[in-house]
Design a protein around this ligand. Sequence first.
Ligand SMILES: [Zn+2]
Ligand SMILES: [Zn+2]
Length: 365
Amino acid sequence: MAVAAEIPARMQAVVVHGPEDYRLEEVDVPKPGAGELLMQVEAVGVCASDLKCYHGAAKFWGDENRPAWAQTGVTPGHEFVGRIVDGDAEGLALHGVEIGDRVACEQIVPCEQCRYCLRGQYWMCGPHDMFGFRNFNGAMAQYMAVPTRARVHKVSKDLEPAHAAFAEPLSCALHAVERATISFDDVVVVAGCGPIGLGLIAGARAKNPRLLIALDLDDDKLELGRRTGADLTINIGTEDAVAKVRELTEGYGADVYLEGSGAVPAVAQGLNLLRKLGTFVEYSVFGSDVTVDWSIISDDKELDVRGAHLGPHCWPAAIKMLEDGKLPVADICTHQVPLAEFQKALDLVGDTSGASVKVSILPNA
Ligand SMILES: [Zn+2]
Ligand SMILES: [Zn+2]
């Protein structure tokens, strides 16, 4: 096959050796087995979770309360798009794609055998294999294998690669928005205007609530929040968000709070600015335990508190939003670096001065 002939035997890939020990190495290009595909990676976004894993967070590497979930020897990267360059007829038919198509894969690789998978709740799959963390190499490499159990979605080639790779965080944000069951008359507050927060804003905008408010500490990110669809923004560093939301809601408080900042104080803030019988959706992963007055949830307000994880059933909608140009994605995807500069990409995500929003690696640039 003409395309296959161009595939090299060796490639550059980032390999995890342990916390704060990620190395760029030359490794074999994977050979797709029966039913598998080979992807040439175009872009891979660097997620806050990649950074937490890099720095050794207990969620990934375990502690006295939980076993390690992440593995060494794996190539990181779960927010990616690439071109299908090889695969047998079985694999192409299984995933509904052709050689040359641009695709994104969902980050989770479901086992299809556990109770959750069998009930269609594949995003909560028990073994929880995930590209870039566990059992499947991710996209911080020039090529990656697409296994038979991958969930593959086609993406338009008209999008810039880094923009197309934003489908992953956007699908996660859209699922969190779905968990909130927003009504037309709702006042919705989004905490955080980073990549997930902006996705929450875009998703909540699509639900068209009465008022959509975004919170952040950074004026530039708040401006981006307005351009993504927020009706108004509150800088929580200079304004009292709880007082301002009460003022806007005849003293009642917001109907829905979408937490996408990962900042510990954002949890108490949300409980305090919601009205009674309001809905709190938590998307973030936290670096430390959060302590709040739990009785706000019960006695004071009878709140609905819901978690959200990954982007089940939201990938087609996320891809369509990107293809339709519904987000200012050129301003969201602030940095693209070559694979050799993966360390710089991690450092940019860790830089809290507001220098970056979404940082991406282009492994074949
Ligand atoms: Zn991610
Ligand atoms: Zn499963």
